[in-house]
Design a protein around this ligand. Sequence first.
Ligand SMILES: NC(=O)c1ccc[n+]([C@@H]2O[C@H](COP(=O)([O-])OP(=O)(O)OC[C@H]3O[C@@H](n4cnc5c(N)ncnc54)[C@H](OP(=O)(O)O)[C@@H]3O)[C@@H](O)[C@H]2O)c1
Length: 408
Amino acid sequence: MTPSRPSTPIRPAPGPSAAPAIRVVVLGSTGSIGVNTLAVIDHLNQGGHGRWRVVGLAAGTNAAALATQSRRYPGAATALADGQTDDPTFLGPDAAWQLVQEVDADLVVSAIVGFGGLRPTAAALARGTRVALANKETLVAGGRWVTGLAAAHGAVIDPIDSEHAAIAQCLAAAAGRTDAVARITLTASGGPFLRADANTLDAATPDAALNHPTWDMGPKITVDSATLMNKTLEVIEAHHLFGLPAEQIDVVVHPQSVVHGFVEFCDGSVLAQLGPPDMRGAIQHALTAPALPARAPGAGPRLNLAALGDLSFEPPDEHRFPALALARRVIAADGTAGATLNGANEAAVHAFLKRQLPFTRIVPLVTAALDALPPKPVTDYDDIAAADADARGWVNQQISAPDPAANT
Ligand SMILES: NC(=O)c1ccc[n+]([C@@H]2O[C@H](COP(=O)([O-])OP(=O)(O)OC[C@H]3O[C@@H](n4cnc5c(N)ncnc54)[C@H](OP(=O)(O)O)[C@@H]3O)[C@@H](O)[C@H]2O)c1
């Protein structure tokens, strides 16, 4: 497959109205976040809340869905990582990165799943383009290299992850004064195995792990929710997004997934953000926050607290969910530790989904990868990519060894 690359940057034709269009590239447009992002854009356009123009769409392998989206958003450049399709603008493993490099945009929605999202997201930041970030792996693996890139090029990162969108909204009350913040708390649903008998988890199937009680998401993040690795990734993401140390980032289990996050200020006051467990709220916030002077009507359902009745909170059981401790370890280690954690986790989750690894081996394998692969300093993308590849290789080697348990 030969990646195609146009010789001149693609500039969309001006739209019909005099108001400048907000040109949006959606990376991972065929996934759960990508499809919801396009729904929010349609909703905003229909409501007259800005002129949102989709100028780029990137997918992995789902050529049919990408072609349908391409017809729905005429003029948008398309990128496909792998597959057969009618004339995508960019084709091949670097297609999404090329699209970001070549297409002028005001906003890049980063919703590719996994480490593959890092390079195109970094390319957007290096162009000084605002990024609405769903791809938490970008900050987990790329860490300070990514935030440094954003700062150097004046690019803003607005979180789409619902917990981080919640924290960002609560932090607005402190008007940028992080010394006014005592701690932030990310809520965790607890996933499908919160109340499961721990003795049964060895036999947990991918189908059971993918049956999330409150959120409808792609398979990788749903398995991460079941191990609570998703919250580990989110604590690291919050550390880099908000510049807070691990000691000021808490996790609380909240099975209803209605309170998405809260901030305790130094005076003891706590602000929380609530909403239905529907990603369209957080996506719309990330899309519109800087562009609109006030909130636009939402596309999703409304919260009815009286009908909901009780909201409950409990501390996470770190014995049952040992992944959580890895967040503190990775933040303290710095360097390539985040890339190692992320790469090892992606390889282990992939093996679990292929039924090559029991559910209960995922977190021990990731922990063992961190033990086996000490962190190195990061100076550029290649350092991060090398750590990612090493971690995947190490985990895959353990899985293909005759007795993986003996090695970890
Ligand atoms: N889903 C949620 O509610 C949610 C909430 C918070 C954060 N997030 C984060 O958002 C990201 C996406 O999650 P998701 O649930 O939307 O995942 P998903 O449903 O599995 O979708 C993943 C998307 O990435 C595309 N993709 C994969 N590899 C690619 C590549 N090399 N180049 C271009 N596109 C590629 C896929 O294309 P194909 O369709 O062709 O495979 C698909 O569009 C993850 O980082 C996740 O942690 C998700």
